[in-house]
Design a protein around this ligand. Structure first.
Ligand SMILES: C[S@@+](CC[C@H](N)C(=O)[O-])C[C@H]1O[C@@H](n2cnc3c(N)ncnc32)[C@H](O)[C@@H]1O
Length: 285
């Protein structure tokens, strides 16, 4: 672990000595677990604290499948990015981008399209710090510390407004994040939708206990219980509420499905108990 207090008790973050800073300087609360660092832990990352690992243990006690749920989520994100590139969409606004780990959006996008652009947004300081650290030398990538619930601020932030050309299609990615937000998501995403031109994409997923299989529904409720007491409790929505987030977009086949099975069923992967969907902004009439 490269995190936590140093030998003199000064809290630090970052594995790169030159970039280390005190936790208080960047506003990190390392006493209270949060979604960014718990997810990093489940994916095998090193940017998490004892509080995150203790909360992760409670989540796994409630649902032992949780590490796989995270891996399936991450794999869905990668497939969506690759699919966007096949559609000619090479600008990404990644909301709730998380602590960088394997298969980061900019790595996938820049490998296939060196002129691609990726604007990362997260409100969690460890995620932002590490993302800045690994992308500092890259053209076409920005990292903004911001709260996606404030679309005006996000869309006008120089990291977003100066990097992405909204006259061309942009893909908004809201993956693994919306079930941490207890707010009026349709209103928030209506504002993002209004900023997008024709051919733009909204790709999202969201945990849901609205499942036909009662065991799967219970496994999702168990995850919700496991996150209680963290800085980012889980809010479950039903499939109609999740579909409504794509209001104003044309739903791309196969529509609303478990992330394990987007865009095609994967016989070797069990569903995780979420809904994933991709919408395309229609031509203006
Ligand atoms: C589980 S991680 C998902 C990371 C990445 N999108 C992925 O799917 O691999 C959720 C991320 O959303 C971020 N997040 C939660 N609420 C947010 C908000 N209101 N604004 C910005 N980021 C938020 C958390 O800090 C965390 O990094």
């Amino acid at each position: 672990m490269g995190e936590g207090p140093d030998d003199e008790g000064t809290p630090r973050v970052g594995t790169n000595l030159a970039s280390m800073m005190t936790l208080s300087e960047v506003g990190i609360d390392f006493e209270r677990a949060n979604a960014a660092r718990i997810y990093d832990y489940f994916l095998g990352g090193a940017h998490n604290f004892a509080s995150d690992r203790e909360q992760a243990a409670r989540i796994v006690a409630a649902n032992p499948d949780m590490p796989r749920v995270c891996r399936v989520n991450r794999a869905f994100l990668g497939r969506v990015v690759r699919w966007c590139l096949t559609q000619g969409v090479d600008q990404f606004l990644d909301l709730g981008s998380g602590v960088p780990t394997v298969g980061n959006v900019h790595e996938i996008a820049l490998r296939q399209r060196p002129t691609a652009r990726v604007a990362y947004v997260d409100f969690e300081p460890v995620a932002v710090h590490h993302a800045r650290e690994i992308t500092a030398d890259l053209d076409g990538v920005s990292v903004t510390q911001g709260d996606l619930r404030r679309p005006e601020e996000i869309l006008h932030d120089p990291g977003v407004a100066d990097l992405l050309d909204f006259d061309r299609p942009v893909a908004i990615l809201a993956v693994g994040v919306l079930h941490f937000i207890d707010d009026d998501l349709p209103a928030i995403f209506g504002r993002y939708r209004d900023a997008l031109g024709p051919g733009s994409i909204l790709a999202l997923n969201h945990g849901s206990s609205d499942q036909d299989d009662p065991e799967l529904a219970e496994s999702v409720r168990a995850i919700e219980r496991g996150y209680r007491g963290s800085a980012t409790p889980v809010v479950l929505r039903d499939r109609v509420q999740i579909r409504d987030l794509l209001d104003g977009f044309e739903l791309v086949p196969p529509g609303l499905v478990d992330p394990a099975h987007w865009p095609v069923p994967n016989p070797s992967e069990q569903p995780v108990g979420a809904y994933a969907a991709v919408g395309r902004a229609p031509a203006r009439t």
